[in-house]
Write a protein that binds this ligand. Structure first.
Ligand code: ADP
Ligand code: ZN
Length: 232
């Protein structure tokens, strides 16, 4: 059975870091809509040019555009064994569209990373990313170069204080309802993101394993027997 993981959580919760780490250990792609949009901005594509101003204000890019991006990306062969989706869905309309896309695939495991608001504001105000490869730098680490590629560390354009506040506001109004949307599913889990990254990573793995049992019972009858057969 494919491991189709969806990471939920506010900006600054550590979704991207955890998604990247988990995807790497499982050998499945991490699909981050924030990264896809930032790449489009750099490449100056049509979507990138339109998205830049929206992202810089901390607002959301329109649902149709985002759904199209994710639909195309999920069609690629490298998602056959699973994927980690980070930053999508961000609205209930996106979640509904994703359910339609996923109707013929193995069920989603949804993990919500919970972090108190004050901690989010602190993290977002001090977060640095690599100018070259986009990696997140550890908070308060004090170095000026990227540990992965040696690139220059800079503050993300949408991490200045006014924009941070706007992004959290947008999260509460547009994205938090997703928690209620998914909460009723047997494959939904919440983990505490206000812990050291290694502990969050361990909790994430445990949450996925326990949710995976729910995913098997959700699968369609024929597929279900097959899935049980290949379970470790
Ligand atoms: P963070 O990691 O802080 O949550 P992201 O890197 O995921 O932020 O996204 C950065 C910006 O890209 C968002 O503030 C938003 O403008 C845009 N964006 C990313 N994903 C989506 C989406 N699914 N729907 C609409 N806008 C999006
Ligand atoms: Zn780098």
């Amino acid at each position: 059975m494919a491991l189709n993981l969806l990471m939920l959580g506010p900006p600054g919760a550590g979704k991207g870091t955890q998604a990247e780490r988990f995807a790497r250990t499982r050998g499945i792609p991490k699909i981050s809509t924030g990264d896809i949009l930032r790449d489009a901005v750099h490449a100056r594509t049509d979507i990138g040019l339109r998205a830049k101003a929206i992202m810089d204000r901390g607002e959301l890019v329109n649902d149709e555009v985002m759904i199209g991006i994710v639909r195309d990306r999920l069609e690629r062969d490298d998602t056959a064994d699973g994927f980690v989706l980070d930053g999508f869905p961000r609205t209930v309309a996106q979640a509904t569209a994703l359910d339609a896309i996923m109707a013929v695939r193995d069920s989603l495991i949804i993990v919500d990373i919970v972090v108190p608001e004050a901690e989010l504001v602190r993290r977002l105000g001090t977060r640095m990313i690599c100018d070259n490869c986009g990696a997140n730098a550890p908070i308060g680490d004090g170095t000026a170069v990227c540990m992965r590629c040696g690139g220059r560390l800079v503050q993300r354009a949408d991490d200045n204080q006014a924009v941070v506040i706007e992004r959290l506001k947008v999260y509460h109004s547009q994205s938090q309802p997703l928690v209620e949307y998914y909460r009723v599913r047997p494959t939904f889990r919440q983990i505490d993101g206000a812990q050291p990254p290694d502990k969050v990573a361990a909790d994430l793995v445990a949450a996925i394993e326990s949710a995976g049992a729910g995913a098997v019972t959700l699968a369609k009858p024929g597929v279900d027997r097959l899935a049980r057969g290949v379970q470790p």
